[in-house]
Design a protein around this ligand. Structure first.
Ligand code: A3P
Length: 313
């Protein structure tokens, strides 16, 4: 049973409270009780951590590298997102409250979708590919004991920069806040699906569970073929070195950015989901003060945890 915050926008089904938009609250219980199937494959991430990249990899590995089939349907249809209950921008509702968003622009987008996506996914034939940004504790408690889950985490500073550009790109003029204001909101953990570190840590704690594969975006970027091997082993697929090479080529930043079936995860906006694809891009965005604040953010939140984000210089 999930606790819903009324004075503060949060949802809590397990041990942690998460910021979620109002619209999510009536769906929380349904999602918590969603029926997981043993042949489901889930990709779980905090937004902007490499979800799309991983989804395309998983889908192709599971579908015998059928590149032709992959281009016949956009990724958001092959691998739908569980918690879409209205159009994507409503996710940003908390940002409107704090005056980051241009309300007039937002309302133009805020048309309800016909059906919450968890309902559609519930009826979809197996095998199902499910994307979600919800942390493990807001997902069905039997998830890991039933289906395969791949979790991807990324340095929160790069996630923040990436998220800033995403919000700026969703609709021109939607985002009113400056980069600095965005950071201020970020480091207070008031964005949907936050706190980010708890999100990642819930999965990190389960990293030895046989049905969970935990990966870091930074490591994937460092050695994609190695991660293709780990994912295919995890999915119990056999793959030749030649196939790995071909898939790595398909999944390269350059090629995925050109791929219209992947680089537009909503289908109805012109979001360039695939933007820069680098590690440490935050360094060219943060001034000395922000750098210190970020260090403090990470030190406080990671204190006492064994979770650490990889560093590559
Ligand atoms: P940047 O905005 O830093 O470039 P998500 O899919 O979870 O929203 O994550 C999006 C981030 O993953 C974006 O980061 C995007 O560019 C990056 N990404 C997507 N495909 C990639 C690839 N093939 N190689 C490296 N990064 C990729």
């Amino acid at each position: 049973k999930c606790l819903i915050g009324y004075t503060k926008p949060f949802v809590k089904c397990g041990k942690n409270e998460y910021v979620m938009p109002n619209v999510f609250r009536k769906h929380a219980e349904y999602i918590y009780n969603f029926k997981v199937r043993p042949d489901d494959i889930w990709v779980v991430t905090y937004p902007r951590s490499g979800t799309t990249w991983t989804q395309e990899m998983v889908w192709l590995l599971e579908n015998e590298l059928d590149f032709e089939a992959s281009i016949k349907k956009p990724l958001y249809e092959r691998f739908p997102m569980l918690e879409i209950t209205t159009q994507i921008p409503e996710i940003a509702v908390e940002l409107i409250k704090i005056n980051f968003m241009n309300l007039a622009k937002f309302q133009g987008l805020n048309k309800a979708v016909k059906r919450p996506s968890w309902e559609t996914i519930n009826e979809a034939p197996s095998p199902r590919f499910i994307k979600t940004h919800l942390p493990l504790s807001l997902l069905p408690p039997n998830l890991l004991d039933t289906a395969k889950v791949i979790y991807v985490a990324r340095d929160p500073r790069d996630v923040m920069v990436s998220n800033y550009y995403l919000h700026k790109m969703v609709v021109k003029g939607l985002l009113r806040g400056t980069f600095m204001q965005f950071w201020e909101a970020y480091r207070r953990d008031i964005f949907p699906y936050m706190p980010l570190i708890s999100h990642a840590n819930e999965a990190w704690e389960q990293r030895h569970h046989p049905n969970l594969l935990f990966m870091f975006y930074e490591d994937m970027l460092q050695d994609l073929p190695k991660h293709i091997h780990s994912v295919s082993d995890f999915l119990q697929k056999t793959i030749t070195d030649e196939q790995v090479e071909k898939l790595a080529g398909h999944l390269s930043f350059k090629n995925l950015k050109k791929n219209k079936n992947v680089n537009n995860s909503t289908g109805d906006t012109e979001i360039q989901f695939i933007r820069k694809g680098e590690v440490g891009g935050w360094k060219t965005h943060f001034d000395a003060k922000m750098e210190l604040q970020a260090e403090e953010y990470l030190n406080t939140r990671l204190k006492g945890l064994s979770l650490q984000f990889p560093t590559y210089d």
